[in-house]
Design a protein around this ligand. Structure first.
Ligand code: TRP
Length: 339
């Protein structure tokens, strides 16, 4: 046995990721690599949130494969079922049940104020209620396990603040039940996609897939937008205005970074060569992940067993919380039979 403290003494951490298929560079730099590190210190629960993925429709034919592929990515990068609980949200229906119960303490006005809701709802002529209620399900994910901390990106800060508000309201109305979870906002900042403009995101097609072979990594990285003012090879570049340079920061050593910046400013190295270096770094750094992913892809039964064991573990904790919540809300009519 190791000398890590027992689960009960460690802060419980929960985070979730939507299943949009194989993870990409942005998922890795913004979330997964941090999640891996946190497993050393915290009692971690990592969830593939497929119930969230259906809030705005979604493709029922694609979803199972996307969920499986994200699970493979999780395991490939080192999320570890021996140390953390890894599972699929829809395997634990207590998430959706708690979300329903939390509807009772969530003002519609709070939901309508969410910036993500405002953005997303514009895409619909008739907005699905799931798009509005999305943050209630997210609050349920977290509160179901009474998590103390939630690692998320800056874009989720508002949802976390709402989660805390929901916890406060529930506690005030029905008695002290939930701790207020703390948002652990990542330091990586927004990972900008290869278009050099928007957040790296699968739906925008501006990503580098995490498990791509070196050739495929290059196919993607070569399309990256660099400093827009550097038009010809002989134009001096501005690393601080180049997204390829921001990505270099995550992979190159200090010296190498210095070198890259100097050569860019002096126009002694062109953007294509510069992207080659980045592409090689990415492909090298992720080689062990590709190897592990190949193993899991060849043994899908192992992935199934891991996810099922994770769901089992999660469910035991989830049931406990729900029993408490139901009883606090009076959803235990048998109490009427007691003396
Ligand atoms: N909404 C989060 C995102 O899009 C995903 C998510 C769902 C989540 N439930 C969560 C994150 C609970 C943290 C905790 O990134």
């Amino acid at each position: 046995m190791t000398d890590t403290p027992a689960d009960a003494e460690r802060t419980r951490v929960f985070s979730g990721m939507q299943p949009s298929g194989e993870a990409h560079l942005g998922n890795y730099l913004g979330a997964l690599r941090r999640w891996v590190a946190m497993q050393e210190e915290y009692d971690c629960i990592w969830c593939i949130v497929d119930d969230h993925a259906i809030t705005a429709g979604g493709d029922p034919v694609e979803l199972p494969g996307h969920t499986f592929d994200l699970a493979v990515s999780f395991l490939a990068v080192g999320l570890d079922p021996e140390r953390a609980t890894i599972f699929v949200q829809s395997d634990v229906p207590e998430h959706t049940e708690l979300a329903w119960l939390l509807n009772a303490v969530t003002p519609v006005g709070d939901l309508e104020r969410m910036t993500q809701y405002k953005d997303k709802s514009q895409r619909f002529e008739s907005v699905p209620a799931g798009v509005l209620n999305y943050p209630i399900l997210q609050a349920a994910d977290i509160l179901l396990y009474k998590a103390g901390a939630v690692p998320v990106g800056e874009d989720q800060r508002q949802h976390l603040e709402l989660t805390r508000e929901i916890a406060r309201r529930f506690n005030a109305t029905y008695g002290e039940t939930f701790p207020e979870p703390e948002a652990l906002i990542g330091q990586a900042g927004r990972i900008v996609g290869l278009d050099g403009d928007a957040k790296m995101s699968k739906s925008l097609g501006n990503t580098v897939p995490l498990l791509a072979e070196p050739d495929a990594v290059w196919e993607r990285v070569r399309t990256a937008v660099t400093d827009p003012q550097r038009v010809r090879l002989s134009d001096p570049g501005r690393p601080e205005h180049c997204n390829v340079f921001s990505l270099h920061r995550h992979f190159a050593s200090e010296e190498e970074l210095e070198d890259i910046a100097t050569q860019c400013r002096a126009a002694t190295r062109g953007c294509v060569d510069c992207k080659r270096i980045l592409s090689d770094h990415i492909a090298d750094a992720f080689a062990p992940y590709r190897e592990r992913a190949a193993h899991y892809t060849a043994h899908p039964g192992e992935v199934r067993d891991i996810l099922e064991a994770g769901a089992e573990k999660a469910r035991t904790r989830a049931k406990e919380t729900l029993r408490e919540v139901r009883s606090r809300m009076g959803l235990d009519w048998r109490r009427a039979l007691e003396g």
